[in-house]
Design a protein around this ligand. Structure first.
Ligand SMILES: *[C@@H]1O[C@H](CO)[C@@H](O)[C@H](O)[C@H]1NC(C)=O
Ligand SMILES: *[C@@H]1O[C@H](CO)[C@@H](O)[C@H](O)[C@H]1NC(C)=O
Length: 223
């Protein structure tokens, strides 16, 4: 393994590749990466809404690489780091300037009973997820991504303690990362959810998107 490649799981940071400014390619300079809260295109299953709102706010069409069901841990679909790695392989040598990221919710839902009980197994799952997020942010930094807005958890699905514990983790890894990373903390928003008690209704997505935009504005992050 060449020392210039940092590997974890199936993700290889593509630092060996030279990067060029994204504007010379077809890729948007800001991309979305994460799970079903961030995923979906054109409002399929009521989702894709964050993409829709960020497109409206920015007046651009942002590329969305988020994947329904994706966790930070390996899972039943490609993980968030794997999807990020695939994106890099597909779009290199271009590199996005800004990534709007989320992840970790499916890691919690995988052990939902433990997280409703908020026991050691739940905390271990969240700790592991945050270790993966930390490495992912390092990877993004090595790849030349400049800014990350990490959309945090909102209160839903009776996961109050797990949400707060997860948010401590997200803040720790985001603020400690070498990349310019800011958390969009959604915990004081009231997010109306749909039939599964997890995914927001359109108004909820609008509130999450507005919080992301507030963080962008407060920190002069280009989107
Ligand atoms: C969440 O808690 C409420 C009130 O205690 C309860 O009615 C509901 O069934 C719970 N939902 C889940 C998914 O556990
Ligand atoms: C809600 O949280 C955000 C982000 O942490 C903060 O900027 C804002 O002031 C809070 N609003 C209220 C009403 O507490």
């Amino acid at each position: 393994m060449p020392t210039h490649l940092r590997e974890f799981g199936l993700l290889v940071c593509m630092t060996a590749m030279s990067t060029v400014p994204v504007l010379s390619t077809g890729m948007s300079s800001t991309v979305l990466v994460g799970d079903s809260i961030m995923a979906g295109r054109d409002g399929v299953w009521g989702i894709g809404a964050i993409n829709k709102y960020l497109n409206q706010f920015s007046g651009q069409k942002l590329d969305n690489y988020a994947l329904i069901g994706s966790s930070l841990h390996d899972g039943w679909v490609k993980s968030v780091p794997q999807v990020y790695g695939d994106m890099r392989k597909k779009t290199a040598p271009a590199v996005p300037t800004t990534i709007v990221l989320n992840g970790g919710g499916n890691d919690v839902i995988t052990v939902r009973d433990d997280c409703w009980a908020f026991n050691d197994k739940c905390r271990k799952q969240i700790d592991e997820a945050m270790d993966i997020a930390e490495k992912l942010l390092l990877c993004m930094h090595d790849d030349g991504v400049e800014h990350v807005i990490y959309l945090g958890f909102y209160y839903a699905f009776n996961m109050t303690e797990a949400v707060d514990y997860g948010m401590e983790g997200i803040k720790r890894v985001c603020e400690g990362a070498p990349i310019d990373c800011h958390v969009a903390d959604a915990r004081n928003l009231s997010i109306p959810t749909g039939w599964d008690g997890i995914h927001p209704l359109d108004e909820g997505y609008k509130r999450l998107s507005t919080r992301i935009w507030e963080v962008k504005e407060a920190n002069n992050i280009p989107i």
